[in-house]
Ligand binder design. Structure first.
Ligand code: PLP
Length: 446
């Protein structure tokens, strides 16, 4: 059977270079014509297999084409289930909401209401920011250094990276960026600084409607905030009547070990944004969870043609029933997390000249190269040659980003880590020749 969807047998990427905008990103990092995906294996149009340590930038926590979701989706289409429904009531949507309440909210004593927004993560962030401004009547928002919340105008204002900000073409306003945990070094608790600004009538900080944050920053370089910092921030925002928006688009849905990234810190945000792996199979879907007392929306005030993707509702519901009905999946993630963390630490110590360090939580880890910023991109390129897809992140691409599917087999996890180790061994000579470390290539950061 010919599984190639491109016309003829041309597996070159010339048509993308000729016709697709220069804005394209990931295809430059991974110049391969991908054809199929199963679990943690990607197969290109020539039949070559790659191990996937990228997981759709966090959208494929359950792997590619997980059979657990495939059959119910095929059945749903076969059965002429509603595919497009705006925000109409459908049985697929009802079953998803019921499952989310039963498996996620109730066991955690959470009482959020649901707002389905347009399909991508940034749509959820836009809605959350709008809501916080409506509730409080204050325009300003506090975001944090190295944050990434999306690239539409409102979310972009809360995103740190200059590359994205400068593409806006007009001033990004109404957001104050403050130092995230660890930004000023380990000895400075940046909540003290925030608190001082709030208490000082002459600080120049307009009291914000909300803070928006990731509990573990993804695109900004895999920066986990300490539980204590998150707790202090929660307490401070309560005390000052400032809402907390927890953007769990990348770190949520099990990525850091629990369903929500903030659970382990035992805090309850006022608003939570979810997207990426929520749909479970990679179809777009976004959700804002809001405390009921914040639900000041007037009917239809925030709209969109693709609110609530019914195919996503089907696979998302099956994922909740399959993986989140008990604690087995979380225990499995913890076991794999221990393997990942241990092996990364061992890699870092086996290449002492490179000055590598390790940070992360759950199955969201980074190998950080502060000494040679170009190293992670070179490792990623070498890994691709050796059959491993792995990306980089951080403001200078100084972090090799480990975002494996949570369902990865332990043997594949170990195999991928050994490819990384070999790739580092192979590129370290070129690093010795170019210690200044200019970063070649262009990386996308979705
Ligand atoms: N928020 C976070 C934490 C993200 O990591 C991302 C994407 O990487 C977004 C928001 C934006 O999501 P999307 O690219 O689907 O618009």
């Amino acid at each position: 059977m010919n599984t190639k969807f491109a016309l003829g047998n041309d597996v070159s990427l010339a048509i993308f270079e000729r016709l697709e905008s220069e804005v394209r990103g990931y295809v430059r990092s991974f110049p391969v014509l991908f054809d199929r995906g199963l679990g943690t294996t990607l197969i290109d149009a020539d039949g070559r297999e790659y191990l996937d340590f990228f997981a759709g930038a966090g959208a494929l926590n359950y792997g590619h084409n997980n059979p657990v979701f495939k059959r119910p989706l095929l059945d749903y289409i076969e059965h002429n289930g509603i595919v497009h429904g705006l925000d109409l009531a459908t049985s697929a949507k009802k079953a998803f909401i019921e499952a989310f309440e039963r498996y996620i909210l109730k066991p955690r004593d959470l009482t959020y209401k649901f707002q389905f927004t347009g399909p991508t993560g940034t749509n959820a962030v836009e809605a959350a920011l709008k809501l916080a401004r409506q509730v409080t009547g204050r325009p300003n928002i506090v975001a944090f250094t190295n944050a990434f919340h999306g690239v539409s105008a409102g979310s972009l204002s809360a995103t740190g990276n200059k590359k994205y900000r400068s593409a806006a073409g007009y001033p990004l306003a109404h957001v104050t960026s403050l130092p995230y945990d660890g930004y000023l070094g380990p000895s400075v608790d940046t909540i003290d600084y925030f608190e001082k600004l709030l208490n000082d009538p002459s600080s120049g900080l307009d009291k914000p409607a909300a803070v928006i944050l990731e509990a573990v920053q993804g695109e900004g370089g895999i920066n986990p905030a300490s539980f204590q910092w998150l707790q202090r921030l929660r307490e401070l925002t309560y005390r000052h009547g400032i809402l907390m928006i927890l953007d769990d688009i990348q770190a949520g849905v099990g990525r850091t070990g629990r369903f929500f990234s903030f659970e382990a810190a035992e805090i309850v945000p006022d608003i939570v944004t979810l997207s990426k792996s929520l749909s479970a199979i990679g179809t777009p879907m976004s959700l804002v969870l809001l405390k009921p007392e914040l639900d000041v929306w007037s009917p239809g005030a925030h709209s969109g043609t693709f609110r609530g993707n019914n195919l996503a509702f089907v696979s998302a519901r099956v994922a909740l029933e399959t993986y989140w009905a008990d604690s087995k999946f979380e225990e499995e993630i913890a076991r794999k997390s221990a393997i990942l963390a241990e092996e990364l630490k061992s890699i870092a110590s086996d290449f002492p000249n490179l000055g590598l360090s390790v940070r992360g939580r759950g199955l969201m880890y980074g190998l950080v190269s502060q000494k040679h910023h170009s190293l992670p991109v070179q490792i990623s390129q070498e890994a691709l040659r050796r059959g491993l897809v792995i990306e980089t992140c951080g403001g200078r691409n100084e972090v090799l980003k480990f975002l494996v599917a949570l369902t990865i087999a332990k043997a594949d996890l170990r195999r991928g880590l050994s490819i990384v180790r070999d790739s580092i061994g192979s590129v370290q000579d070129s690093i010795a020749k170019n210690p200044a470390g200019t970063t070649p290539g262009i990386r996308d950061d979705a």
